[in-house]
Design a protein around this ligand. Structure first.
Ligand code: AMP
Ligand code: ZN
Length: 436
């Protein structure tokens, strides 16, 4: 039931001692090795020697996604490149992705938190784990993979795509655990039904679903349709990947954040002031042990709250509630992070179109669909030749979005002035996906 029982059930005072020791250590490492942090800490008037209690945390500087972009690709690394053994990155146009680096030790810790996560879901070495998260720069696939292997499970590295084949493999290999995004799990289920393969009749018993928001009613639906316990897992590449927080099977109520490695806070996204347990705000995480790319007070932009009340499973770690939204405009389309500005910059490179656009996100079946509506410029549709050019333009934008952001979108050029103008901030996103 526990992967590392002693660490996961430490009394809180002892846990806080570990956190404090590690916080001082990480501050020392970034102060010595990362000019960006040395400057920031100096601006805050703090040296590593000042970190004598956890209260100092609230005086440390925040780190934003933009800081990672500004230091692309390696300038926030705290170790020489020869000690970095893996790179991951979240999608984005060249020069704008978020890069994460890992030392051997970082990978070991990541596997450990993932193994702990699987254990808390009731997974054991006797399980066959079908990993349907994408393998590659995205952390989902490899993260789940190494954690499951460390636990001693039999791992089936299916990755994303080739859905019919995956369903056949799940049946033939007798997978007992499915790791993938919740929307892909539903897609696998529906594809199975079309093929006459009912997941409910397979040995499948646990689903480890994450990387995108989902709801309690989706959980009920999946458990009912697929005959498994559907559990929520949270992570982000900047911090490590999947396994930062995971629900336990025992309580199924909130995700235990692995506090001995990731120190959580909740802040008011506007004032940046820390909020008390139970209040909803933005999750901020300080990595306590990461070597390659330690982050102080990283603003995840994910909205949630922290619950320190004891959990029936016995774990000491606080729980975060389901992610309730974001304090920025990042969209997650089929697991890929997409910012409207990224689409905007691709649109701006095209001739004959205007900066007036809207992103319409919906669900087709169980999969997210993105439509980009953008106005063409006045006077560009006067003859047949122009119509052909117009259609080619739609295809080109579609191709560019797929190529640079890794997400399929339908592009529709619409008449000048047909997108509603707003008096304040432009309404860039219409999200009709049902989350409740
Ligand atoms: P990435 O770094 O590409 O893995 O994306 C990380 C982001 O995915 C997080 O900041 C969240 O916004 C989102 N995410 C990951 N896991 C979950 C989850 N279980 N529920 C809701 N959103 C999630
Ligand atoms: Zn628990």
């Amino acid at each position: 039931m526990y992967y590392t029982m002693e660490k996961e059930t430490l009394p809180r005072e002892a846990l806080e001692q570990v956190q404090l020791r590690r916080l001082r250590d990480v501050c020392g490492r970034v102060y010595a090795n990362v000019p960006f942090y040395r400057n920031r800490l100096e601006q805050c008037g703090i040296t590593p020697a000042d970190v004598t209690s956890l209260d100092v945390l609230r005086r440390l500087p925040f780190t934003e996604k933009q800081d990672l972009r500004d230091h692309y690709p390696y300038d926030l690394f705290a170790v020489p490149m020869e000690n970095v053994v893996r790179i991951h990155a979240s999608s984005g146009t060249t020069g704008k992705s978020i890069v994460a680096g890992y030392t051997r030790y970082d990978l070991d810790i990541w596997s450990e938190v993932m193994a702990r996560s699987l254990c808390s879901a009731g997974v054991t070495r006797h399980d066959l784990v079908h990993v349907g998260y994408g393998y590659g720069l995205f952390t989902g696939g490899l993260g789940a993979h190494y954690g499951a292997e460390l636990l001693g499970c039999t791992v089936i590295p299916a990755s994303g795509g080739a859905t019919k084949r995956q369903v056949h493999l799940m049946r033939d290999f007798r997978a007992t655990v499915l790791c993938c995004t919740p929307s892909y799990a539903l897609h696998l289920h529906d594809t199975g039904m079309e093929l006459g393969i009912d997941m409910k009749k397979l040995p499948l018993r646990v689903g480890v679903f994450g990387a995108e928001p989902w709801s309690e009613s989706m959980r009920a639906d999946m458990e009912n349709k697929m005959g498994l316990d559907a559990l929520n897992i949270y992570g982000l590449s900047e911090i490590t990947g999947p396994g930062v927080a995971m629900e336990c099977l025992k309580a199924k109520q909130g995700m235990h954040i692995q506090e001995d490695f990731f120190l959580p806070e909740i802040i008011d996204p506007v004032s940046c002031e820390p909020l008390p347990p139970g209040s909803v705000g933005e999750l901020v995480i300080t990595t306590l042990t990461k070597e390659a790319m330690p982050l102080l007070r990283y603003r995840t932009r994910d909205l949630t709250s922290l619950d320190y009340t004891p959990c029936p499973c016995g774990r000491v770690f606080a729980r975060i509630t389901r992610i309730m939204g974001r304090s920025d405009d990042m969209l997650i389309i089929r697991g890929v992070n997409v910012f409207p500005q990224q689409i905007e910059s691709l649109l701006m490179e095209c001739e004959g179109i205007t900066p007036h656009y809207q992103l319409v996100v919906s669900r087709e079946g169980n999969l997210d669909a993105l439509e980009v509506q953008v106005e063409f410029a006045e006077g560009t549709l006067d003859d047949a030749d122009e119509v052909r050019k117009f259609q080619a333009r739609e295809r080109n934008i579609q191709k560019a979005i797929k190529e640079f952001l890794g997400v399929s979108a339908k592009v529709r050029l619409v008449a000048p002035r047909s997108i509603q103008r707003s008096e304040g901030k432009a309404v860039r996103i219409i999200d009709t996906r049902e989350m409740t």
